[in-house]
Design a protein around this ligand. Structure first.
Ligand code: GRF
Length: 214
């Protein structure tokens, strides 16, 4: 029977633990999305292994093979579009994307970022939260727009920052929450419960005043 689920293309660069959470979620027949392909810009990463083990098509589009970002992103888009996805899912894809690429998937591309956006865009978010003396830290799923780690927020999960926390310990606790909120956000967008119009995220037709909280 042909699938009527929303086809996902997932982009990774590494461990793929969020990818694994999506693979686990899609085992439920009520999950409204299904991964068509996993694309990595790096060879030999654990995420590719996870995909193969789940019987999902994998592709490597190595940034090393292309002279510049524009040409790389054009090739990446060409490979993605072969799968005709309804959503493109960035899951630890460690590349800055060109505006053309982002605009091509406007409203159809999600990212997960390990901070309570708009705090701490970019890298080393866990250490930044510790250094700032934050009591709370977390992760955010958002629609992707051309500005790095910006774009309309869908859902956040919070964790307490403990006394004497290390960046690694904090990252591990945040990651556990990521594995809950990413499949949830994907499900909401794939099913049409969450929509984006004019930069505003709505849930069941009601504009959200801020991201949903786990
Ligand atoms: C996660 O922390 C995610 O928030 C960030 O990159 C990391 C990816 O981890 N964007 P994994 O590859 O899913 O394990």
């Amino acid at each position: 029977m042909p699938s009527t689920r929303c086809a996902l293309v997932v982009l990774i660069s590494g461990s793929g633990s969020n990818l694994q959470a999506i693979i686990d979620a899609q085992k439920n027949p009520d999950f409204p999305a299904e991964i068509s392909a996993v694309i990595s810009n790096k060879t030999g990463v654990k995420g590719l292994e996870r995909a193969s083990k789940a019987g999902i098509a994998t592709e490597i589009v190595s940034h090393r093979d292309y002279p510049n970002r524009e040409i790389y992103d054009a090739e990446l888009a060409r490979v993605i579009d072969r799968y005709n996805p309804c959503l493109v899912i960035l899951a630890g894809f460690m590349r800055i994307l060109t505006d053309d690429f982002v605009n091509r998937y406007a409203g159809r591309m999600l990212n997960i970022h390990p901070s309570l956006l708009p705090k701490y865009k970019g890298l080393n978010t866990h250490q930044q939260a510790i250094d700032a003396g934050d009591r709370e830290h977390g992760a955010t799923v958002h629609f992707v727009t051309p500005d790095l780690d910006s774009g309309p927020l869908i859902i956040q999960a919070r964790v307490a920052v403990l006394e004497d926390d290390t960046a690694d310990a904090l990252a591990a606790r945040v990651l556990e929450k990521e594995h809950i909120i990413y499949p949830r956000a994907i499900s909401q967008v794939a099913s049409g419960h969450v929509t984006l119009a004019n930069e505003v995220v709505s849930l069941n037709g009601e504009p959200l005043s801020g991201p949903q909280q786990l």
